[in-house]
Write a protein that binds this ligand. Structure first.
Ligand code: NAP
Length: 268
């Protein structure tokens, strides 16, 4: 399968989890990749793996919350490849905790990455994507449809970018640019080991049962296909599809189920 041959894809949050798996998957399908993430050694290591596959890769260490980083990454992409066809706006993390334990600062930090980082990336990519009649894949979440207890900040951020994707899709269409909203359920990555300040901590236990999680590689295959086919929305995992169906058609039932799971400590 060579769905991405002669195409250049920039991926934020490419240093681990879904972003890393997506970088490798798109390279496997013939694409060249620009990897953005704060951990230099990680993005450089994945870039070397991609080059070993015979594809071109550019690692650009950067933080989507810093003015100039993502703009610089786009400039390097233009210089190195002359174009960008796909941008996967994936960098994100989760601020978790009971509402009364969180502060405005926690909400602000969540929005800086998950909302303003997304906006900054799209503004920086817009002209290049219009030139290539490209595609933006925004990695939201099932939590952009259903808010979970202890995840007010994260859910708010994912509802916000769900709204952004649905609005932007109409505005970008006349320019030939498609907007794909990716809404994953539980995927096995580092995300549930990251604390509310964005730091990885191995001692934080992932409370989501393993059978409910799919691998990042499987998620990446589905995301790559949705990007290639330019589907407006791709919900990933069966449990996410069922939950969103229940939210639409039996919201009270779903609320009771979530309450009960949360009391038993079986959610986030
Ligand atoms: N895993 C799930 O169950 C799940 C479910 C629904 C949605 N999602 C979404 O999927 C996306 C990827 O998460 P993941 O599950 O793959 O988690 P992950 O393994 O923790 O990966 C998150 C990525 O985002 C990057 N990142 C975080 N803050 C950043 C910043 N300020 N600037 C640049 N990069 C930043 C991290 O790299 P550095 O630390 O090197 O910067 C890392 O590469 C997120 O948007 C998340 O909300 C995940």
């Amino acid at each position: 399968m060579n769905n991405f041959s002669n195409k250049v894809t920039l991926i934020t949050g490419a240093s681990s989890g879904i972003g890393a798996a997506l970088s490798l998957e798109i390279a496997r399908q013939g694409g060249d990749i620009v990897l953005v993430g704060r951990r230099r050694e990680r993005v450089e290591k994945i870039a070397r793996e991609i080059e070993a596959m015979g594809r071109r890769a550019l690692a650009v260490p950067g933080d989507v919350t810093h003015d100039g980083d993502i703009e610089g990454a786009m400039e390097k992409t233009r210089h190195e490849f002359g174009r960008v066809d796909y941008v996967a706006v994936n960098a994100g993390f989760g601020v978790a905790g009971r509402f009364e334990k969180l502060t405005i600062e926690d909400f602000r930090r969540q929005f800086e990455t998950n909302v303003f980082g997304v906006l900054r990336t799209i503004y920086a990519a817009k002209e290049l994507l219009i030139a290539s009649r490209g595609c933006i894949a925004i990695v939201g979440s099932v939590n952009g449809y259903i808010a979970l207890p202890r995840l007010a900040a994260y859910s708010m951020s994912k509802f916000a970018i769900h709204g952004l994707a649905d609005s932007l899709r109409h505005e970008m269409k006349p320019h030939g640019v498609d907007v794909v909203l990716i809404a994953p359920g539980f995927v096995r990555t580092e995300i549930r080991h990251i604390d509310k300040t964005g730091i990885y901590r191995s001692e934080i236990k992932d409370r989501v049962p393993s059978w409910l999680q799919i691998s990042a590689e499987r998620a990446a295959q589905q995301i790559a296909l949705a990007m290639y086919k330019r589907r407006p929305v791709k919900i990933i995992t069966n449990h996410a599809r069922i939950a969103i169906f229940l939210q639409r058609h039996c919201p009270r039932f779903l609320s009771a189920v979530l309450s009960s799971l949360s009391k038993r400590g079986l959610l986030i």
